[in-house]
Design a protein around this ligand. Structure first.
Ligand SMILES: Cc1cc2nc3c(=O)[nH]c(=O)nc-3n(C[C@H](O)[C@H](O)[C@H](O)COP(=O)(O)OP(=O)(O)OC[C@H]3O[C@@H](n4cnc5c(N)ncnc54)[C@H](O)[C@@H]3O)c2cc1C
Length: 540
């Protein structure tokens, strides 16, 4: 099975992914959880139909104005549509919804079918002081879909799902123009028919969309070979309350700052991205995935650094620390089984047969010389096949009373191990002080010549108030990342959860500059208010 074989399906409001792939915890995991003092909650989550939504705040005139743009059949105020667009997929988002709290539900969901309709919707909302949440796949894990509603007449989610066409493919330049609402599997299916791939495979691949990849600067699991999403974008079209901005008339230009980079990562605060032009690659003829063992995380990180600094570079490169290797999270089907010991790395190659053979031979020599032990294809293939399975485990873990969440950061190589130690300590101390010693796992999965990202998974028994428990731990982790001089996010984005730390990271003058750009494009401040930057206060 390849990525393009996965179906595009509707998700349950708080259970991840294709319902046909819902999973249970392996018995080995249940036994381990008991050792950590995890107790199954007395009550299961509130069923979606039982969740009460706030009354629709928009009046008939406002709803009519939206309907005049997209047609009444594309403006939804019913329970299911509003609930299905309430927040994203962070663990706090899920905990709230599971507890029956849908206070952030939008008042209406509008589904435009064209770029011009998006511009007209923004105009209608701007005139009426209605806040807007651009919504592509809805998989934000940083509070990017919960804008401030105070001071606004209501909140409208603009769902881009109808904008899901491949608008153009230029096989000579190897570019494709994709509409913002296209979810990952559809992109790969359509490009695959023409012999191309985008090569962007985040773990949220089944749910996330092109617009969200661009708006939140996503990084896929094959970023070593295909690059981050922001590396792929050569052009984009942005709808704003003041009209359209079209950027990217050539791959590179010396004309002024690269404004494409200003829109990428703007998280719906400057406008709605309706399409992007991306570079594509020929679909790979050959795929080889292998696993390697290193004696320690430090040894493995050194080996991977050599590859990204001096080559040859594989397509997928990731390294689990000792704890993650021990519970075998890299292969959820064998979770909590006996891992191979040391630290497991997955190294994958995609491309033509000759290219794969050449890079594999070169990388094998480098990794062997660096002390790695080649374990063969089984672990690598298991990872490749199970690469979208881990998120499905979160639902049964939450059901069982586990608090489980992930966070990520990025720094320069020389700071990597100090950063890992600082974040691990912050999470461990915070949660232990709250009475629940956590498991903290870490891996490297995005690497550059100058540094790498660290991705942490944290699991512990849920306290009486798991929201407060996680808020405290998350705030400790944010502070540790900041104190270590690392970036608050490598690929999840800022949203509302990282906004204050991001402001500290870039400083008040830079926050003011962003605010000024927003003022120019969105003078009424209706676009995702409170996401990315605080519209009202300075950056310090
Ligand atoms: C289980 C899971 C695994 C994940 N794994 C990864 C991973 O491997 N790599 C990774 O990078 N991320 C990952 N994420 C985070 C998330 O999937 C990414 O941030 C993704 O890019 C979001 O895409 P989306 O289409 O779902 O965007 P949304 O959630 O719809 O939106 C994200 C933000 O961008 C804004 N926005 C959405 N569409 C537009 C638009 N068209 N124009 C302007 N603004 C817009 C939204 O308002 C929001 O603030 C994961 C999330 C989950 C739940």
């Amino acid at each position: 099975m390849t990525e393009s074989d996965l179906p595009v399906v509707d998700f349950h409001p708080y259970r991840w992914g294709d319902p046909a792939h819902a999973t249970e915890l392996p018995t080995s995991a249940k036994d381990t959880l008991a050792l950590f003092g995890v107790k199954t909650p007395e009550h299961g989550p509130v069923e979606p139909v039982e969740i009460t939504l706030p009354a629709v705040a928009l009046d008939a005139e406002a709803l009519d104005a939206l309907a005049a743009v997209v047609g009444a059949e594309h403006v939804h105020t019913d329970h299911d549509a509003r609930l299905g667009h309430t927040r994203g997929w962070s663990t706090p988002d899920l905990l709230r919804l599971r507890a029956g709290d849908a206070t952030d539900a939008p008042d209406a969901v509008a589904k435009p079918g064209t770029h011009d309709e998006v511009v007209a919707l923004l105009d209608a909302c701007s005139t009426r002081n209605i806040a807007v949440v651009p919504y592509s796949g809805g998989t934000s894990v940083v509070g990017g879909l919960a804008p401030r509603r105070e001071g606004f007449a209501g909140v409208v989610a603009i769902d881009l799902g109808q904008l899901d066409a491949l608008l153009d493919l230029d096989p000579v330049s190897r570019t494709a123009t994709l509409q913002a609402g296209m979810r990952g599997p559809r992109v790969e299916a359509l490009l695959g028919e023409k012999g191309f791939t985008l090569g962007h495979f985040p773990q949220s691949y089944e749910g996330a969309s092109i617009g969200g990849y661009a708006a939140a600067r996503s990084a896929g699991q094959s970023s070593a070979g295909y690059g981050r999403f922001d590396d792929m974008v050569v052009g984009l079209v942005l709808a704003t309350p003041r009209g359209t901005v079209t950027l990217g008339s050539a791959p590179k230009s010396a004309a002024g700052p690269d404004l494409r980079q200003l829109v990428l990562g703007s998280e719906g605060t400057l406008g709605v991205i309706t399409s992007v032009t991306v570079r594509v690659r020929p679909a790979p003829a050959e795929r080889v995935f292998e696993s390697w063992r290193f004696a320690s995380f430090e040894a493995g990180a050194d080996a991977l650094r050599r590859l990204v600094q001096d080559g040859p570079e594989p397509t997928v490169l990731r390294l689990s620390d000792e704890t993650e290797t021990g519970i075998n999270l890299a292969d959820p089907s064998a979770m909590f089984g006996s891992g191979p010991g040391g630290c497991l790395a997955v190294v994958g190659y995609e491309g033509s047969a000759a290219d794969v053979a050449a890079r594999r031979a070169g990388a094998t020599a480098v990794l062997t010389e660096a002390g790695g032990e080649l374990l063969g294809p089984d672990g690598g293939e298991a990872w490749r096949k199970g690469r979208y399975r881990a998120p499905y485990l979160r639902d049964p873990l939450l059901d069982a009373g586990v608090l489980i969440e992930t966070l990520e950061t990025v720094t320069f190589w020389s700071n990597l191990h100090a950063l890992r130690a600082a974040v691990t300590t912050a999470l461990t101390e915070s949660l232990t002080a709250q009475g629940t010693a956590p498991l903290v796992l870490c891996h490297i999965s995005h690497l550059y010549e100058t540094g790498a990202s660290l991705y942490f998974t944290v699991a512990c028994a849920q306290a009486e108030d798991p929201l407060a428990q996680w808020a405290q731990a998350k705030s400790a982790a944010n502070a540790a990342i900041r104190a270590a001089g690392a970036a608050i996010t490598h690929h999840h984005g800022v949203g509302t959860d990282h906004r204050d730390t991001y402001a500290q990271e870039i400083g008040p003058l830079a926050v003011d500059a962003l605010r000024a750009v927003k003022q120019a494009l969105d003078p009424a401040g209706i676009l995702n208010p409170g996401v990315l930057i605080d519209p009202t206060t300075g950056g310090d």
